[in-house]
Design a protein around this ligand. Structure first.
Ligand SMILES: C[S@@+](CC[C@H](N)C(=O)[O-])C[C@H]1O[C@@H](n2cnc3c(N)ncnc32)[C@H](O)[C@@H]1O
Length: 295
């Protein structure tokens, strides 16, 4: 269930050159933090070429299903890329943005790209069985995540799906934009997906984009983030994330076992996809729950 870090969140690409698009040095003002988040978005697009489309597919589903005013949870929010876009598209929505990384959250808070009045930032570790205690809301209309849940081990992921299911209101929507690699039974598709991802990454880095390693190395040079980087190292002591590589079928089974209805890949670009699932109406057994749009 492990794979090479080539198509999501990091990877081995030729070393990035310094470019005119690098964030400025100087105090971490709102403008500088915004540059860092913009550089984060470009760096993430190195691994997810259709990242913006992936966001909009998730929001299209929400628009078709939820009323305009809703509360969402962004799981593994990083600097708030998903939350920011969600609040821009849904002016009556509120979001709880949860992550464990103090550095990324500091960038997100400082950048204020997301409306502070409609955003609650929460630092919590999804691997902690009591992580939901940190949440300011008991239930959510939608739970979303991008490029984050593959960091969890299969065991933690299965438990997290159960917790997320129970955090949703009846008929609430779960949307996860993440890596869904082709299984061992599809070696040629795996090869094609990997080669396509690598070609895209090499091209972007050759054109001057920072990759995951270059972005972090550059940010770590900032003196004013030194304490937060130390905290980050304590929270992620191994430095690397786990990389769960459950296939679509395996993920769907995990979601069903957690109580979700209709887990389905609704969009896909090679190994990147959007999985959608819904919580039943709360009546009946886990297997017999019914779904339908919220009233
Ligand atoms: C590649 S980043 C994606 C961030 C953001 N969702 C995006 O799409 O730009 C993965 C995020 O998952 C977060 N994460 C990983 N493991 C976590 C855990 N156990 N608890 C909370 N957040 C976690 C990381 O800190 C990181 O911010």
């Amino acid at each position: 269930m492990r794979r090479r870090r080539t198509d999501v969140g990091g990877g081995s690409t030729p070393s990035a050159k310094a470019t005119a698009t690098e964030p400025r040095t100087g105090p971490l003002t709102r403008a500088v933090a915004r540059q860092w988040v913009a550089a984060w978005d470009r760096q993430q697009a190195l691994y997810i070429p259709e990242r913006e489309r992936r966001f909009s597919v998730m929001f299209d589903a929400i628009e078709s299903y939820l009323p305009p005013s809703f509360v969402a949870l962004d799981v593994g929010c990083g600097p708030g890329s998903l939350s920011q876009r969600l609040l821009a598209r849904f002016p009556q929505a509120r979001v709880v943005a949860l992550d464990l990384d103090p550095v990324l959250m500091q960038l997100g808070r400082r950048a204020q790209l997301v409306d502070p009045a409609r955003t609650r930032w929460v630092e919590s570790d999804l691997r902690d069985p009591n992580w939901t205690r940190a949440l300011p809301e008991e239930r959510f209309d939608a739970i979303l995540s991008t490029t984050a849940l593959h960091w969890l081990s299969p065991k933690d992921l299965a438990r997290t799906y159960r917790v997320l299911h129970d955090l949703l209101r009846p008929r609430g929507l779960f949307l996860n934009g993440d890596s869904y690699p082709y299984g061992k039974g599809r070696p040629i598709f795996r090869h094609i997906a990997c080669a396509t991802a690598q070609r895209w990454q090499y091209q972007r880095v050759r054109e001057g984009d920072m990759d995951w390693g270059a972005w972090w190395a550059k940010l770590e040079q900032r003196e004013d983030l030194r304490a937060l980087f130390e905290l980050r190292r304590r929270r992620f002591p191994k430095g690397e994330h786990h990389e769960t590589t459950a296939t679509v079928d395996e993920q769907e089974s995990m979601l069903r076992a957690a109580g979700f209805l209709e887990p389905t890949i609704v969009w896909r670009d090679f190994s990147n996809g959007v999985m959608m699932a819904v919580r039943g109406d709360g009546r009946g057994t886990r297997s017999k729950r019914r779904a339908g749009p919220p009233k």
